[in-house]
Ligand binder design. Structure first.
Ligand code: UDP
Ligand code: MN
Length: 327
């Protein structure tokens, strides 16, 4: 037993030191920044509206900044909203905090890396982040409405008006899920009687993460989201002690779609073979050198002197001037 334990920790440590983004098995969440001030002058923030706490798990990849930018530009239209962004990396990312700061929204920025053991395939995505957000909510908030919205979802502004009135737990359809095109509660005479979802998975509440909202007063200390892929929503709702008769159907008795489980095609990060220092040293190409550095900083391309694609510059309908030859 001792051998097994010491082997596994050595293994974890040595693997961890190979990948700078790896983390040890004991996860440490970090509160990066909290802003309670709503700086939006163009929004009528009537104080009798309940605050919506919009929880977004996110992780670093080439699409992170564009996904968060697009979501930010939806949330900026919503009055009385506090955005909790929990990032699956062990640092407080400058890129993420820049986006948050520029929204003018009240927000909480958390660094919440997933445990090392969940680095494989089919791991529960976004769970460490949502758990960290839940802990922050339980420690700091006792009134409002909780909604889990992933960084790649698409949300109709109408949804916010509806979920804001959630008394316990409200539910509604989510488009572009599984093999039925939609995942939704089925409503009969104003009550939820079952679920239309192509993956029942022996779940009591067969819903997507984006298909429900919770009144924070109903968020029990027992509230918990397990690290079990596919069962996060169901187990979370069960941990609240939710009963079928408690569910409040929204979106015209679950007949309309106000949120979609959109997915962005994964971008294969290219490596550009060029000597950035050399380009930077040509005064006339300072701006171009800055663009290359920005592209690299945002994780959209790597730059290497020795390998990768040799990029070309196009001029006069041709494309064979090498970047290295810039003068
Ligand atoms: N996510 C994360 N860490 C990961 C993978 C995903 O925090 O390693 C987040 C992601 O940003 C998203 C949510 O978890 O907000 C769901 O992930 P994804 O969209 O990849 O899963 P899918 O929607 O395909 O189930
Ligand atoms: Mn997604």
């Amino acid at each position: 037993m001792w051998l097994l334990l010491s082997w596994s920790s050595v293994e974890l440590l040595s693997l961890a030191s190979m990948d700078p983004r790896s983390i040890s098995i004991s996860v440490k969440n970090k509160l990066c920044h909290v802003n309670y001030i709503d700086e939006r002058l163009y929004i009528n923030n009537s104080t009798d509206l309940k605050i919506i706490y919009f929880v977004t798990p996110t992780y670093p990849r080439p699409e992170q900044v564009p996904e968060l930018t697009r979501l930010a530009h939806t949330l900026m239209h919503v009055p009385r909203l506090h955005w909790i962004v929990a990032d699956d990396q062990p640092i407080c990312s400058e890129e993420v905090s820049n986006i948050l700061r520029r929204t003018g929204l009240p927000y909480t920025h958390i660094s919440s890396p997933k445990p090392f053991i969940y680095k494989g395939t089919n791991f529960p995505r976004g769970v460490a982040n949502r758990r960290a957000a839940l802990t922050w909510l339980q420690e700091n908030v006792n009134d409002g409405v909780l909604y889990f919205g992933d960084d790649d979802n698409t949300v109709d502004l109408q949804l916010f008006d509806e979920i804001r009135l959630t008394k316990k737990v409200s539910m509604f359809p989510v488009g572009l899920i599984g093999d039925y095109g939609v995942s939704s509660p089925v409503v009969k005479e104003g009550k939820v009687v079952g679920f239309f979802d192509s993956w029942p998975g022996s779940r009591l509440f067969a819903v997507d993460m984006a298909g429900f909202a919770v009144n924070i007063e109903f968020l029990k200390p027992s509230a918990n989201m397990p690290y079990i892929a596919g069962h996060e929503e169901d187990r979370f709702l069960v941990s609240l002690g939710l009963k079928m008769e408690d569910i409040e159907p929204l979106a015209a008795n679950c007949s309309k779609i106000l949120v979609w489980h959109t997915k962005t095609v994964k971008y294969k990060k290219p490596t550009l073979r060029l000597d950035i220092k050399k380009i930077d040293s040509v005064a006339a190409y300072k701006n171009f050198a800055s663009l290359l550095k920005e592209t690299n900083r945002l994780g959209m391309a790597s730059i290497s002197e020795n390998n990768g694609t040799k990029p070309f510059l196009t001029r006069n309908r041709k494309s064979f001037e090498t970047i290295t030859g810039l003068k």
